[in-house]
Design a protein around this ligand. Structure first.
Ligand SMILES: Nc1ncnc2c1ncn2[C@@H]1O[C@H](COP(=O)(O)OP(=O)(O)OP(=O)(O)O)[C@@H](O)[C@H]1O
Ligand SMILES: [Mg+2]
Length: 288
């Protein structure tokens, strides 16, 4: 048992204690469930801009974690540092107990990633792209074939499977990228706005797939602006504003902390409360 403390104490987000990167699994003091994602004092600056400001976060295995925040809050920057796409200015990240920046290849083999901006091989067909991703992760050929066909079916891409990705719509690109991210059954799945540009039918299918993945032990870390989806799916939510994690907990916990007596507060109410919306700030003088 490690001495890693409960990371989600109310509004004390600098409270995640130092850890030993030699630990293969991090376990909380309250539960034996290991942490699947740990951000330890993560900082990222771009010139003078502090995009992510000493962010501490720990997500347990099997959790469905929703990462919220206004535009420009630092969600994508955080996710990129957690998955090994953007080097932190300071701090470190662990995925499934592996230090992402010390052992990048080992860490990447354990995760699936749907990034904000999709960088797909445009000259491959959807089927070829998913198959390629499966082989990249070392999935046996027979499994790649079977899983590719099943994913094409459930994501309603079967009729367009041989079309080149360059000719795909926004939603089709997202679905093919999602299929490529989950085919190897990652331990931890990172999704940056997975429902953006997705129609309601596919959205339902994707929600069902994600739920099933978490039921089978996958941890999901995803960002979204769609409050109803986050409310419906997530076991735990974090809210980032101007690079600082300003709230974190279950929906129930956030409700109690952020909204006081309002037991019926929606996630949108909590979000607006926590990020401090200014009344009247939407006045456009030229519309009068
Ligand atoms: N490569 C970059 N160079 C300079 N500034 C950057 C870069 N990437 C991000 N930023 C800045 O860092 C801040 C956080 O950006 P980020 O993309 O993480 O926000 P976000 O929370 O994902 O927003 P959105 O909801 O709009 O996707 C913003 O101020 C952004 O302008
Ligand atoms: Mg973003």
């Amino acid at each position: 048992m490690t001495t890693f403390p409960e990371p989600n104490a109310p509004y004390q987000y600098g409270s995640v204690a130092p850890y030993s990167s030699s630990q293969s699994r991090l376990e909380s003091s309250e539960s034996n469930i290991p942490y699947a994602v740990v951000a330890h004092d993560l900082v990222r600056t771009f010139g003078q801009k502090v995009a992510v400001n000493h962010l501490n976060l720990a997500v347990r295995q099997g959790e469905f974690f929703g990462f919220l925040g206004p535009n420009g809050a630092g969600k994508s920057t955080t996710i990129k540092m957690l998955v090994g796409l953007l080097r932190p200015t300071a701090g470190s990240a662990l995925v499934a107990g592996v230090d992402v920046w010390k052992e990048p290849l080992r860490a990447r083999a354990l995760m699936g990633v749907l990034p904000e901006y999709l960088n797909l091989y445009e000259r491959l067909s959807g089927r070829e792209f998913i198959t390629f991703a499966g082989h990249m992760y070392g999935v046996p050929d027979v499994d790649v074939r079977r899983r590719t066909e099943e994913l094409l079916q459930v994501l309603d891409l079967a009729n367009d499977a041989d079309k080149l990705i360059v000719d795909y719509s926004v939603g089709m690109r997202k679905k093919v990228a999602l299929a490529a991210a989950i085919l190897h059954r990652p331990q931890v799945l990172f999704l940056d706005e997975p429902f953006e540009g997705i129609d309601p039918v596919s959205s339902r299918v994707i929600r069902d797939i994600l739920r099933e993945l978490t039921q089978r032990g996958t941890t999901i870390f995803f960002s979204s602006h769609i409050m109803e989806v986050v409310e419906r799916l997530c076991t735990r939510v974090g809210i980032i504003n101007q690079g600082v994690l300003v709230a974190e907990g279950t929906l129930q916990e956030l409700r109690e902390r952020a909204s006081g007596d309002d037991k019926d507060a929606t996630l949108e109410d909590i979000f607006l409360n926590v990020v401090g919306v200014q009344n009247g700030s939407h006045n456009l003088s030229w519309l009068e």
